[in-house]
Design a binder for this molecule. Structure first.
Ligand code: 4AD
Ligand code: MG
Length: 452
């Protein structure tokens, strides 16, 4: 019977004959037999194989097995007399499927730095840390869908190619065919790009179906080479009709807790590894997030706190200037020491679609900040009043004809509505403690960096 190692270690069917496949992590020989540690990616733990000298291919294959080789082993599962494992597999056959030349295979027994592994995006999932990240990421992705489906949200597949620049920040990658011969010769009849956010299209569906979400890749051609930015990242964007900023914030907080709790309960072995080797105290921090009340303050209060802090910041703090990462981190790491939602930013700092507050100066925006990362969620109540929206769009230099479909949503059956975007990689960073966002996506893309 072919089994995965995680099932084997969970069920421990001692006395049964099983077949496993995997990659050799280490081999150690004694006089009469070899210990081979095998990992198949189903879990962090390896399975110990005992291969004794009586096996036909012992001398010319097994005794030469190198790290990274793939093998198939059939044998009897038995209790292990040795330390470090409850069970081991006594091989009745061990076949070498794919050798790995120890002279050139770059992943050897020693620990490699995450920076070194970044140059090997195609091989790094075979390491403990990057394999664990992949499993946690997959589990969180599944839980995102479960969270929304349990609450009656409808998933919308919003487009990847779009002619609308949601954030209006000019960070869209352009989509061209390479066959354009003159200006104005566009495949789609007008300039198009890769989406920076599915929000605008999600709004159209929220104003038909009530509660919707989209979870897909988004692209930003911004020149930021930081540990928290990617040119291609995944975003989770719920959008809710008949919902104000308070309801929006409640959903964001509930979702963050739900996802952190999911990781704690279904990825405990992998998180233990991160707690040991990546961020000491990770588990305690995550348990705190699940148990804690989050704090909420307005942008104006945040500015006041920063000004009164007596701290020397690199970037200036004054009402009307954007909060920089150092400010966000100071507030949620040192002042409040917990996740923190900052609301009601100056209208001038935020995109055209955010709802203008009654003070005429601020908008119903929210950024959820978390220790270690800073902004993990950005969202708002949307401007549902036609005249105000059209006014802000014109002021932002947007051609109203290009966005007439979006304005239609305010012309016909407009309703208060709200939504947010959670950066999926920032969430995976938060949960794994990884300091650099390039570790939490399989094949990172950043300025000057797209190795395969
Ligand atoms: O704050 P942002 O730009 O908001 C939007 O795009 C809204 N349209 C979302 C909405 O309301 N539906 O991005 C949302 C989140 C950020 O808080 C951050 O977590 C993540 O997306 N993010 C990035 N993650 C990785 N690399 C980048 N370059 C990112 N830019 C934003
Ligand atoms: Mg933002």
């Amino acid at each position: 019977m072919k089994v995965r190692i995680n099932q084997l270690l969970a069920n421990k069917p001692v006395g049964e004959t099983v077949t496993i496949n995997g990659w050799v992590r280490t081999r150690r020989d004694t006089g009469a037999f070899s210990f081979v540690e095998v990992n198949d990616g189903s879990c962090l733990a390896n399975l110990q194989i005992i291969a004794d000298a009586a096996l036909a291919n012992y001398e010319h294959e097994i005794r030469l097995l190198a790290t990274g080789s793939s093998i198939q082993v059939t044998g009897l599962l038995r209790e292990s007399p040795g330390k470090g494992q409850d069970v081991e597999l006594q091989a009745s056959s061990l076949a070498l499927l794919g050798p790995a030349d120890p002279e050139s295979y770059p992943l050897q027994k020693k620990r490699h730095s995450l920076e070194f592994l970044r140059e090997l995006t195609h091989l790094r999932p075979r390491t403990n840390a990057l394999g664990a990240v992949a499993r946690v990421r997959s589990r969180l992705s599944f839980a995102v869908h479960r969270f929304f489906q349990e609450r009656g949200f409808v998933q919308i597949h919003t487009p990847i190619i779009t002619t609308s620049d949601c954030e209006g920040a000019g960070e869209m990658f352009q989509v061209i065919t390479g066959r354009e011969t003159s200006v104005g010769d566009h495949f789609f009849g007008r300039p198009a790009g890769l989406t920076v956010s599915g929000q605008l299209q999600a709004e159209a569906f929220a104003l038909a179906l009530g509660n919707v979400y989209t979870f897909g890749p988004t692209f930003r051609a911004e020149n930021s080479n930081t540990s928290r930015h990617l040119a291609e990242f995944w975003m989770i964007e719920p959008e809710m009709a008949f919902c104000d900023l308070a309801g929006n914030r409640q959903l964001a907080e509930e979702m963050l807790r739900y996802l952190v709790n999911e990781a704690l309960t279904s990825c405990s072995d992998d998180l233990l590894l991160f707690d040991q080797f990546i961020e000491k105290g990770l588990l305690k921090r995550l348990q705190g997030v699940v148990a804690q009340e989050f704090v909420q303050i307005s942008y104006s209060e945040a500015v006041e706190r920063l000004q009164k802090s007596g701290r020397q910041f690199t970037y200036p703090v004054s009402w009307g200037l954007d909060l920089q990462s150092e400010h966000e981190r100071y507030l949620c790491e040192e002042v409040f020491a917990c996740p923190l939602t900052v609301t009601d930013y100056p209208a001038s700092l935020k995109p055209f679609y955010m709802r203008l507050n009654d003070d005429g100066k601020t908008v119903a925006a929210m950024d959820l900040l978390v220790p270690g990362i800073g902004e993990i969620v950005g969202g708002s109540q949307r401007e549902e009043r036609y005249d105000l929206l059209a006014g802000r769009m014109s002021a932002a230099g947007i051609d109203l004809d290009d966005y007439s479909w979006y304005l239609d949503l305010r012309r016909y059956g407009s309703a208060p509505h709200s939504g947010f975007g959670l950066g999926f990689e920032r969430l995976v960073q938060f949960v794994t403690g990884m300091g650099n966002i390039r570790e939490v996506i399989a094949f990172p893309r950043a300025p000057g960096y797209a190795p395969c």
